[in-house]
Design a protein around this ligand. Structure first.
Ligand SMILES: Nc1nc2c(c(=O)[nH]1)N[C@H]1C(S)=C(S)[C@@H](COP(=O)(O)O)O[C@H]1N2
Ligand SMILES: [Mo]
Length: 330
């Protein structure tokens, strides 16, 4: 890390809540049991994906916001207002309110995506061509920020794997790298070295091909708001939120593990995999529980609930990591 590194360290992802606000252990275990008992319906409804290609949740395509899409009302949806006003999108500033405030300068159309690297079909593709590769689906997914809050959002988007397969990755394609737009004219946050711009993320190719991974184009039945990553972003619901990279302009198939922004910034804190894991603390705070911003709960004092391994999607994705020590490969 260069000389700028020291300045950066201070502003990244501070823990938001004092330990005193975290539910004490016994209460928490009781809740976990309750959740265990009631698990089947909400989790099935949310993950929607016991069968590999059934990504559907209870919501009909284009269902109105908050229409019980999380299934049986067991896990409430985050309100549209909260999902669009409490965001991380450092290209527009590091405060949670900055993206909603400043992202109107982002121009999501026209948009194109460069596809490169280890694939038979590469080049620059207008967004419309990408969207024609396969049909959009509805997927209500939880997204948990590494900072300890989570939301339940009805997304619309294309299964990432179906899009990637269209480009015919070669046998050398072991990873997929994603890059966000970095245009200082549209993104005032680029002035600050909070991140080594452009924002970059990556997945191992089998993770990227997993049917739960979504290339989102909309939420709550509307096109993605700018602050949520218009016009195209990832949603990888079993990983911490920062893996769900926004406003993607480049997708590269690579043989080597690609560099990713948060990992480059603080490798001891943010691993390449970053699967949600309550048993692996962040060096500066626990990951055992989360503040669920949903329903009418206020953003700052929402109930804390236990965080589940793989954010509750373990049944679907744990197999990707069979034999891996998840404490080492955090
Ligand atoms: N390009 C880019 N993508 C990003 C971020 C960012 O700062 N820049 N923040 C990440 C983090 S930390 C989270 S928690 C999610 C938040 O997504 P949301 O605002 O739609 O809830 O976006 C992720 N994607
Ligand atoms: Mo996050």
């Amino acid at each position: 890390m260069g000389p700028a590194g020291d300045a950066r360290v201070k502003i990244i992802l501070p823990p938001e809540l004092p330990a005193s606000q975290i539910t004490p252990e016994p209460v928490y275990r009781a809740r976990r049991q309750l959740m265990g008992l009631g698990l089947a319906s909400p989790l099935l409804a949310l993950a929607g994906c016991a069968g590999a290609d059934d990504g559907g949740d209870a919501a009909a395509p284009g269902a109105p916001a908050g229409a019980g899409a999380a299934g049986g009302g067991a896990e409430e949806l985050t309100r549209f207002e909260d999902a669009t006003s409490y965001n991380n999108f450092y290209e527009f500033g590091t405060a949670k309110t900055d993206p909603a405030r400043y992202a109107s300068s982002l121009e999501p159309a026209p948009w194109s995506v460069v596809v490169g690297g280890e694939a038979e079909l590469t080049g620059t593709f207008p967004l419309e061509d990408l969207l024609a590769i396969t049909a959009a689906q509805d997927r209500t997914y939880r997204l948990r920020c590494v900072e300890g809050w989570s939301m339940v959002i009805p997304w619309q988007g294309l299964p990432l794997g179906e899009v990637l397969r269209h480009f015919k990755p070669t046998s050398r394609a072991k990873y997929v790298a994603f890059t966000t737009l970095a245009d200082p004219r549209q993104m005032p946050g680029l002035r600050y070295p909070s991140i080594n711009w452009p924002y970059r993320e990556g997945l191992r190719i089998d993770e990227a091909m997993h049917p739960l991974a979504l290339l989102a184009t909309g939420m709550y039945g509307k096109p993605l708001p700018n602050q949520n990553g218009a016009p195209l972003r990832l949603v990888v619901p079993w990983k911490y939120g920062f893996k769900s990279i926004k406003s993607i302009i480049r997708i590269d198939f690579t043989e080597a593990m690609p560099p990713t922004s948060w990992n480059q910034l603080q490798p001891e804190e943010y691993g390449f995999y970053s699967n949600v894991n309550p048993d692996v603390d962040h060096p500066r705070w626990s990951q055992r529980s989360e503040r669920r911003i949903a329903g009418t709960a206020s953003k700052l004092f929402a109930e804390r609930i236990p965080t589940l391994p793989f954010n509750g999607y373990g049944e679907q994705v744990a197999g990707l990591y069979a034999g891996m020590d998840l404490r080492k490969w955090f």
